[in-house]
Ligand binder design. Structure first.
Ligand code: UN1
Length: 513
């Protein structure tokens, strides 16, 4: 799989352990900080190493973004949309190779990687459309001969910190909206998936060559660890910090940004549940459960972690889930027949094992899975059998997000009780109900229903389309990215009142002098 890296112009210099072609010539940011080793989770093989950006280099990147902003904000939004349209075309053209790079670096199966690149293309299309809108309201003024309106203006440099599990799409949600909104973006990708970031930057650089009037500082990648993230979060010159990842990372970033009263946009952990009521179509529910729970090897923010089943059908559902889990093909994510690829690394496996251990100590019953699977020829990869654990809904372990394929199953007698169980965790990202009962479905979607940012009926918890606003409540961080009006996060609103008369009437009827 080395070739595909070379296809993208990312050459590996084994002796130096860096990728000089892209870092040196293209990005103008050859790392001067410490080296970070790169592995593929597919078989654990070393892919080389990258030098991280130094403190000074991060400062330089911020300065470049600031300079780029001054130029970008004067380019009309539909022209900024044209930049995104061209970029989207390149993602279409290189879809296959980019998907292969995602699979190589983060281990998700090729089908899902193709889906991720499609998600990038979709948000490009969405952003192009938005670039001809970005509209504010006209508001009735209480004063004669006055007009009130709002405008949305570019905000300033954006920094985005992303996780390994969606190494291109989450950046794209942020970047494409930033671009059409007139904001340059600095991207700190996960240390586990920097090549995906560099590949995206390659495509940006190609578009910059096509339309040279755009400032080259419109998009930059800084390779680095949590310290680099903190440096970006702390900088007053960054107008918005958009971070995706764990709750603990989010708390650190949010605290730093709040310390300077800056803006942050957080998409943190999910602990997503599905309620299956007795009227549900179990064939449909089964398919949705398996995709949501084991897809991406349980490493999506939206992965299904808690299955809340009506008592009367719990045994029947479990009996059908068991053979589905037993027949899952686990192995090389490049192989067409495989549905479950590897975990990202050994640490993820250890966390999974410890969660299973705690679940059992807390009264859980292991229905199946949990153990490591040795895949011939890929012994260095961390493959596991997805686990199902029947758990009392009072167990503490189910309140945490474990980024691995563990499905906790619990039962309920009324849907109101199921909703209470579902909402009784600190996170609030995604949720679903399977039911044929309109009353139950509507209750679930009502103010007394799911407290999550995403609430679905007869659909699994994962795999949201980009057209909706994506994000969640409580410890998930409250941010909304991607579709709907999420673009407003990347702009500042100005309320303008214009007096076209010849008097100065005051609002609220105040007479002054
Ligand atoms: C994530 O895991 O951070 O809804 C994002 C989904 C995908 C995005 C997941 N569209 O599962």
């Amino acid at each position: 799989k080395r070739n595909l890296i070379e296809d993208l112009g990312l050459t590996i210099d084994q002796s130096k352990g860096v990728f000089p072609a892209i870092l040196g010539a293209d990005l103008q940011l050859a790392g001067q900080g410490g080296a970070t080793p790169l592995f593929t989770p597919v078989d654990g093989a070393a892919l080389g190493s990258l030098r991280m950006a130094s403190v000074e280099q991060v400062e330089q990147a911020i300065a470049r973004a600031e300079a780029a902003f001054l130029q970008l904000r004067t380019i009309p939004a539909p022209q900024r949309g044209e930049f995104v349209r061209l970029l989207g075309n390149l993602f279409r053209e290189h879809k296959q190779v980019l998907a292969e790079l995602i699979t190589l670096e983060c281990g998700k199966i090729l089908q899902e990687s193709l889906g991720e690149v499609q998600e990038v293309i979709d948000i490009c299309d969405f952003a192009v459309g938005i670039s001809r809108q970005l509209h504010g309201l006209t508001i009735a003024s209480e004063r004669p001969d006055h007009r009130m309106m709002e405008q949305w203006h570019p905000l300033g440099p954006v920094a985005t910190i992303t996780a390994f599990n969606f190494p291109m799409a989450v950046w794209a949600w942020n970047a494409m909206l930033s671009f059409v909104c007139g904001d340059p973006i600095i991207w700190k990708p996960s240390e586990k998936t920097p090549l995906c970031a560099l590949a995206c930057q390659k495509l940006i650089n190609q578009v910059l060559r096509m339309i040279p009037q755009f400032p080259s500082g419109i998009a930059q990648v800084v390779i680095g660890d949590a310290q680099v993230g903190q440096q970006l979060a702390a900088s007053r010159r960054i107008a918005l910090v958009s971070a995706t990842g764990s709750v603990s990372m989010g708390k650190q970033v949010a605290t730093t940004v709040a310390g300077r009263l800056g803006r942050s946009l957080l998409e943190l952990g999910g602990n997503n549940a599905m309620i299956v009521a007795e009227s549900a179509d179990l064939d449909m529910a089964l398919r949705a459960i398996v995709f949501s729970a084991v897809g991406t090897c349980g490493q999506r923010c939206t992965s299904l972690r808690r299955l809340i089943v009506q008592e009367s059908i719990a045994e029947q559902l479990l009996q059908r889930l068991r053979p589905s889990y037993a027949s899952l093909s686990i192995g090389d994510p490049f192989s067409d027949s495989v549905l479950v690829g590897p975990l990202i690394d050994l640490q993820a496996f250890e966390k999974m094992q410890s969660a299973i251990q705690i679940a059992l100590e807390e009264g859980g019953e292991l229905i199946c899975g949990g153990e490591r699977v040795m895949v011939p020829g890929k012994e260095g990869g961390i493959y596991v059998k997805p686990a199902i654990i029947r758990t009392p809904h009072t167990a503490s372990v189910i309140k945490q997000e474990t980024f691995a394929p563990i499905l906790y199953v619990m039962t309920f007698s009324t849907v109101a009780e199921a909703i209470e169980i579902q909402n009784s965790v600190p996170q609030g990202l995604s949720s679903a109900i399977f039911t044929r009962d309109l009353g139950e479905a509507e209750l679930f979607l009502s103010p007394r229903g799911s407290d999550c940012g995403l609430a679905n009926v007869n659909i699994g918890t994962s795999g949201a389309e980009i057209g909706g606003a994506f994000g969640g409540e409580k410890e998930t961080g409250g941010g909304r990215e991607s579709g709907s009006d999420a673009w407003k996060n990347y702009m500042r609103r100005a309320t303008n009142t214009i007096n076209y008369g010849s008097d100065i009437p005051l609002a609220q009827g105040i007479q002054f002098g």
